[in-house]
Design a protein around this ligand. Structure first.
Ligand SMILES: O=C(O)CCC(=O)C(=O)O
Ligand SMILES: [Fe+2]
Length: 306
């Protein structure tokens, strides 16, 4: 069984955000996706909901993903001389991580941002241990998902840091508004596929490069065409994050591939995250190990790790 190391960073180890960005909202149970919120998502390509998860929810999630059901599904991707531990699954399931992905504050908000019913395209834990986690070159998630037969860029990712994310421990970086450029050509860049480098340089002149520093439990909902990256985690602090991707129900992929076709998502109230007592039964999630699972041989997984 794979080992997970590290522990959550403590608040007093971290300076406050250095960057003020647009599209940031404080989350409370009264939060509504208003016209302003939707406009921010359309203009900037993302919104941040600060404090989407409280300490109790974070702690329940941390306990769950440190359990054997998750740790035995860790696979390590070696990229650029570093190794990021990942856990990837297809369907939300009925444990607390499933409740999170099916909750109104995650799936429901996503539906309002994308303007219609969505389904779970996958969830991924990105466990970037201190000194070990690998960078992500500039890319668009739709740069990969396009190749999976998703005809429209009607998709987004919700990235929820489980640790303090600062520049030094590999916070997400993005080019604000770059989703409006449409899909950029992706080419192999070492072990990953990334956006055409010259094109990214040009886009950087017009779309501000932002370091999305966030605290544990904040969430960024970002459009699948936003150009984003993260650095190696050269710090001594771990950077764990929970990433759930959604696809619109009307955008059923034309190819069967390593992420699911349209599968109705049963939403649950936010309270289900705390009341969920299932920490062990992962029935229905279907964990994926791209390195070991021979059924993935010959598909797009090697070029497309997202
Ligand atoms: O975890 C990160 O730093 C970025 C991950 C990402 O963008 C992806 O997996 O597509
Ligand atoms: Fe990505």
């Amino acid at each position: 069984m794979a080992e997970v190391s590290g522990s959550p960073a403590q608040p007093n180890q971290w300076r406050p955000y250095s960057v003020k960005c647009e599209g940031v909202y404080n989350y409370s149970e009264e939060f509504k996706v208003t016209e302003d919120v939707r406009r921010d998502f359309e203009d900037y390509g993302y919104i941040i909901l600060k404090g989407l998860l409280d300490k109790e929810e974070l702690s329940l999630i941390e306990t769950t993903i440190k359990g054997p059901s998750f740790t035995e599904n860790i696979y390590g991707d070696v990229e650029y001389g570093k190794k990021t531990d990942k856990v990837l699954w297809k369907h939300p399931g009925n444990d607390i991580t499933g409740m999170l992905a099916r909750s109104e504050k995650v799936a429901g908000v996503t539906e309002q941002l994308l303007g219609g019913e969505v389904y779970h395209y996958h969830t991924k834990l990105m466990l970037k241990e201190g000194g070990r986690g690998a960078r992500h070159v500039w890319h668009q998630d739709y740069g990969y998902w396009y190749r999976n037969g998703c005809l429209f860029p009607d998709m987004l990712t919700v990235f929820i840091p489980l640790d303090y994310c600062r520049r030094e421990n590999s916070c997400l970086q993005l080019l604000r508004g770059s989703h409006k450029c449409g899909r950029i050509e992706h080419k192999p860049l070492g072990e990953q596929n990334g956006c055409d480098v010259d094109r990214v340089k040009e886009i950087m002149d017009v779309c501000p490069h932002q370091f999305m520093e966030m605290d544990p439990g904040d969430a960024i909902f970002f459009h699948c065409n936003i150009i984003h990256s993260s650095s190696d985690n050269d710090s001594d602090k771990r950077r764990w994050a929970f990433l759930t991707a959604y696809n619109k129900a009307t955008n059923n992929p034309t190819k069967e591939h390593h992420h699911p076709q349209y599968t109705p998502l049963e939403k649950v109230p936010n309270s289900a995250i705390k009341t969920c007592k299932n920490f062990t039964d992962m029935t229905g999630k279907i964990f994926v190990d791209p390195a070991r699972d021979l059924t993935y041989k010959g598909n797009f997984m090697n070029e497309n790790k997202s």
